[in-house]
Design a protein around this ligand. Sequence first.
Ligand SMILES: Nc1nc2c(ncn2[C@@H]2O[C@H](COP(=O)(O)OP(=O)(O)OP(=O)(O)O)[C@@H](O)[C@H]2O)c(=O)[nH]1
Ligand SMILES: [Mg+2]
Length: 456
Amino acid sequence: MISVALAGKPNAGKSTFYTAATMADVDVANYPFTTIDANQGMTNVRTRCPCLDRGHRCGDQRCHDGVRYVPVELIDVAGLVPGAHEGKGLGNQFLDEITNADVILNVIDASGGTNAEGEPVPVGTRDPMEDVNFIAEEMDLWMADIIDRNWETIRRRARSPDFDLTEALTDLLTGLGATVPDVAIVLRETEYPEEPQHWEDADRERLARSLRHRTLPIVVVANKVDIAPSEHLQRLETIDSPVVRATADGELALRRAAEAGIIEYYAGDAHFEVNGELTPEQQDGLETVKEVMADSGGTGVQSALNTAVYDVLGRITAFPVEDSSNWTDKQGNVLPDAHLLPEGATPVDLASQIHSDIADGYLHAVDARSDRQVSDEYQLQEGDVIKIVSTNWVTRHPRPNTIETESLSAVSSVLAISSRLVSSCLVSSRLVSSRPNPTPCVSARPSRFTPLNSRE
Ligand SMILES: Nc1nc2c(ncn2[C@@H]2O[C@H](COP(=O)(O)OP(=O)(O)OP(=O)(O)O)[C@@H](O)[C@H]2O)c(=O)[nH]1
Ligand SMILES: [Mg+2]
């Protein structure tokens, strides 16, 4: 399963983002290092459900009126401060916790209301541009350190006649998600000394930076847009990475209000509808969120996840079925599963992701839209509905239980508009509190990356 990690300096809103996206209860507070132990939970990316191409909505609990939620893992770690790789703050212990992540969301405080250590300062004081690069820098130096510490082993291995540098480096960095193609491409990109004993510190650091860039790409989440000065936001748009404006607190308020049945809102919607009577306090809080959504096309939380998974990691969603006429599994469930696969993946890759037995017995695949067999080299497209014909399909129960179970809890928190009334937490406290002279937020300039709901 795809894993997304939230990183950033303390007090930037990582845990608020995590809570909003997973609806799990974790500590959130306006001081640094609220989170010490990592939180790990399930959230979703949002895409178009293929049921929209048929007369009836599929009724799957992960589908709301043709909007489909596909589970991904989300990790929230302790805040990081510049110099963490040398032990500052909580040090770089958190980096070990995100080594299995596929992509990083670097949550920054776009309002400039927290200093480098995450301590509160007046809004607009801190230049958020300073918070953009240090996460990548810390991660790069951390990876360089791992390579440095293990270089002696590589030098020793180099004495063997069948030594292969790509293989040796992949062995070393496989735990950080590096594959043979990653290492080979990075080694080809620039010139490195042929013999490991001739490598210098600068060579290893250059290699670490390129590899980190490939194996742990970063999306910047410009959080707290509800109070961010517009000039901050405009400058953040100029950086050379994907940037998504967000109000994690606003998303949390909406999810809680939706859970309480007071508004109609689904994660990633650009609007929400009020269903019932609001107190003036609630009205004020939701009004603030509405303004941000009008400027940014939503709260940005779903957009950040979608940007990371679909745009940066280049994933597509494929929907395996067993009955290609009715798009169902054996039990008659319509479009029962959704799988995130790399661009260029083939039906055999889909079969392997469902279950290795299915891949072992793979015979051919059928495009359920046309009911025609596709070639084994066919590159799956976003929204493809595919029947895999395998000798093992009938005799096994292939659907991975882990994904099923996890997805149910993740999705129920997104979709279930519970009748439980939790109006006390309808709108999170800071959004309802009266902010003296809130700074005008959000420039009219649209984000350069992933318009919200771009998959619909
Ligand atoms: N105005 C505003 N405040 C926010 C937003 N998101 C989070 N906050 C506030 O920022 C403060 C820090 O939030 P946390 O989610 O605890 O931040 P964190 O990055 O997890 O902090 P550490 O665990 O200490 O690293 C809290 O007071 C949140 O309510 C937002 O979108 N807008
Ligand atoms: Mg936290």
